[in-house]
Design a protein around this ligand. Structure first.
Ligand SMILES: Nc1ncnc2c1ncn2[C@@H]1O[C@H](COP(=O)(O)OP(=O)(O)O)[C@@H](O)[C@H]1O
Ligand SMILES: [Mg+2]
Length: 293
């Protein structure tokens, strides 16, 4: 990957994005995805990486929250990230999604898209979906309406018209598939406000899936779930792997054990260890800073 090629890649994307409309809503970064033009297959993964961070640093008032962080993720991978509170896990997601700009370092989506050159809504449009800890579904809309609202419109008509546009078969197929994936087919006309905590989390994941993100970042997705909901969520994530790339931050070790391939341990803003769950569980340094407590 030469700097010229990288420049060319970002120029092309800038052109795409300047044609896209964005909409202001209260739903945070999600709004941008209604008009997402970037398709997953436009991300160059020929170098075997969907996400690449190198030498990333962030300080908050002199405190180094992220310290020379290096991490990369393969296309279709389900990466788990663990580590003590304050290790920088959420800040890392803030950097990838453009919420926080690092002081130095590189952050790439595929080998050509320099995420540091893009705003938070643009990064969502490029195909990076993010699930925050708290569910943020539209409580007064039903499951179907929430998913429908999350659809990207093909003609950039935006949120208000997307509420009323007629679903064509591609989108109704997607909607049915997502409903099935998130186990909410029988709750399709239930108001979201009446769903259980776990079901709200699944609905929000479904809303992200409607936009067909290349990369999904999930911050403590099973916090507050019942054991049964946690098991269903593990199944859900395993079914997403391969079709999407996922980065999952969790403290629940039985959940990690159920879904993990490679586990990255963050501590003090850097990668402390990386390997299978068994490998990192047997690592003295990991036991000391995290697991041994
Ligand atoms: N916007 C911010 N301003 C100041 N300090 C922050 C900010 N965001 C995170 N931090 C600090 O950075 C460190 C890492 O936080 P965080 O990424 O939330 O950790 P984790 O998600 O691993 O628990 C913490 O000490 C936190 O207080
Ligand atoms: Mg956190």
């Amino acid at each position: 990957m030469t700097p010229d090629l990288m420049e060319l890649g970002s120029k092309r994307i800038e052109e795409h994005l300047s044609k896209a409309q964005s909409f202001d809503t209260d739903s945070g970064g999600r709004s941008a995805s209604y008009s997402r033009l970037k398709q997953q297959n436009e991300i160059d993964v020929t170098h075997g990486r969907i996400l690449y961070l190198e030498g990333v640093n962030v300080s908050f008032d002199g405190f180094k929250a992220i310290n020379n962080l290096n991490i990369d993720i393969a296309p279709g991978e389900l990466r788990c990230v663990i580590g003590p509170n304050g290790a920088g896990k959420t800040t890392m997601m803030d950097i990838i999604t453009g919420k926080t700009k690092p002081d130095s370092g590189q952050v790439y989506l595929g080998s050509t898209i320099n995420l540091l050159k893009h705003s938070e809504p643009e990064i969502a449009q490029l195909g990076v979906g993010r699930k925050f800890q708290k569910p943020t579904v539209f409580e007064h809309l039903n499951v179907f309406e929430n998913l429908e609202l999350a659809l990207k419109t093909r003609d950039g008509k935006g949120v208000s018209s997307s509420l009323f546009f007629k679903l064509d078969s591609v989108y109704s197929d997607r909607l049915a598939e997502v409903l099935d994936t998130i186990h909410l087919s029988t709750e399709v006309y239930h108001e979201a406000g009446y769903l259980s905590h776990g079901q709200k989390q699944w609905l929000e994941i479904g809303m992200l899936l409607m936009q067909d993100p290349a990369l999904l970042l999930l911050d403590e997705p099973v916090a507050g779930m019942t054991d049964h909901e946690t098991e269903r969520t593990a199944e859900l994530f395993l079914s997403l792997k391969g079709k999407h790339s996922l980065m999952v931050v969790e403290h629940d070790m039985s959940f990690i054990a159920a879904i993990s391939e490679i586990v990255t341990v963050l501590s003090e803003g850097s990668v402390l260890a990386q390997g299978t769950l068994q490998q990192v569980q047997n690592d003295e340094r990991v036991i000391e800073v995290y697991l041994g407590r």
